[in-house]
Design a protein around this ligand. Structure first.
Ligand code: AMP
Ligand code: MG
Ligand code: MG
Length: 308
């Protein structure tokens, strides 16, 4: 390891530790019993005390260490004094053992946009579907998702005694993905993963066209991309507006770092520069393998209905 790691690796190492702190906050709010649920745009668009505290923790911890970063978080919060207990200043030594891919060595703090989803799968969190929940920190450079951290606070929570609760997955383009074991879906089997709480006619029309052997409905964009990586699903299909850039940035970077692909439903790449529209209006399509096959099955009527 060089004496002074590249900025990108220091940012990923800090994001890793900050995501682990977030996992503690998510669990503490749940065990405290008062979720403090607030409806945002409607009954299926919720914010809890965990969403608020974790966003404060992630954004303040990053901004204190890296003041020139552009950080965009999901939650609209009033500016406020942040409790020192929420600040994480550590950095993962494990991440710092890895060298930065040479093409990212020169990246400077003010060239990065960080997209933060403090709690992805909030609806499921409030319903006790705890392993659907993830914390997402996505790192973009030149408008492209190049690195990401996904923490799953309740990974293994039903696995029984002895199993380690929670995990943190991280990845950088041209370096790889760490903290998760890649698995293939059974040969020739088409398993679709999709939303469980934001379905509509278009979403279902698109799923029907996939000719799937099985359809899994789970919460969270982060969770669904982890299912692709672990071979539990072969394609993530969401033919509707609803997902935002903070939902897709970290999962996209991680999937792309292992040669997967995440785009809108028409196969067009997302942009992640600071002025981009937050809404992914043309839906989401993602796979680890065989992207072109699934993209070819998306009906023209669905493509026509979803305008970027
Ligand atoms: P889901 O697959 O339904 O869990 O959605 C993945 C992410 O997109 C979550 O952060 C959701 O909150 C968000 N999302 C998807 N559809 C909508 C919607 N109609 N309204 C608000 N958020 C949505
Ligand atoms: Mg989300
Ligand atoms: Mg969220």
């Amino acid at each position: 390891m060089s004496a002074s790691p590249a900025f990108l690796m220091r940012l990923v190492a800090s994001s890793f530790s900050i995501a682990e702190k977030a996992q503690t906050i998510v669990r503490e709010v749940m065990s405290g019993g008062d979720l403090g649920v607030v409806k945002k745009t409607g009954a299926n668009d919720l914010q809890t005390k965990a969403d608020r505290l974790v966003q404060l923790s992630i954004c303040s911890s990053l901004a204190r260490k890296f003041p020139k970063l552009t950080i965009i978080g999901e939650e609209d919060l009033p500016s406020q004094e942040v409790d020192e207990d929420l600040i994480e200043s550590g950095q993962s030594e494990e991440v710092l053992k890895h060298s930065c891919p040479t093409q990212y060595n020169h990246i400077k703090e003010d060239e990065i946009v960080v997209w933060v989803d403090p709690l992805d799968g909030t609806k499921e969190y409030t319903e006790g579907l705890l392993d659907h929940v993830t914390v997402l920190i996505g790192i973009a450079y030149g408008g492209k998702a190049i690195a990401g951290v996904i923490n799953q606070p309740y990974y293994n929570y039903q696995a029984g005694a002895g199993a380690v609760l929670g995990r943190t997955i991280w990845g950088v383009l041209n370096l790889g993905v760490f903290g998760i074991q890649l698995k293939e879906t059974p040969e020739g089997k088409h398993i679709v993963t999709t939303t469980r709480s934001h379905s509509n006619k278009l979403v279902n029309d698109c799923i029907s066209a996939m000719n799937a052997d099985e359809v899994i409905r789970v919460g969270g964009a982060g969770n669904k991309v982890l299912q692709l990586i672990e071979g539990k699903a072969s394609v993530y299909v969401f033919a509707s507006p609803g997902c935002k850039k903070w939902d897709t940035c970290a999962p996209e970077a991680i999937l792309h770092a292992i040669s997967g692909k995440l785009t809108d439903i028409r196969g067009n790449p997302f942009q992640y520069h600071k002025d981009v529209k937050h809404m992914n209006s043309a839906g989401v399509l993602a796979t680890l393998r065989n992207f072109d096959y699934y993209a070819s099955r998306v009906p023209d009527s669905v493509k026509k209905a979803l305008v970027p």
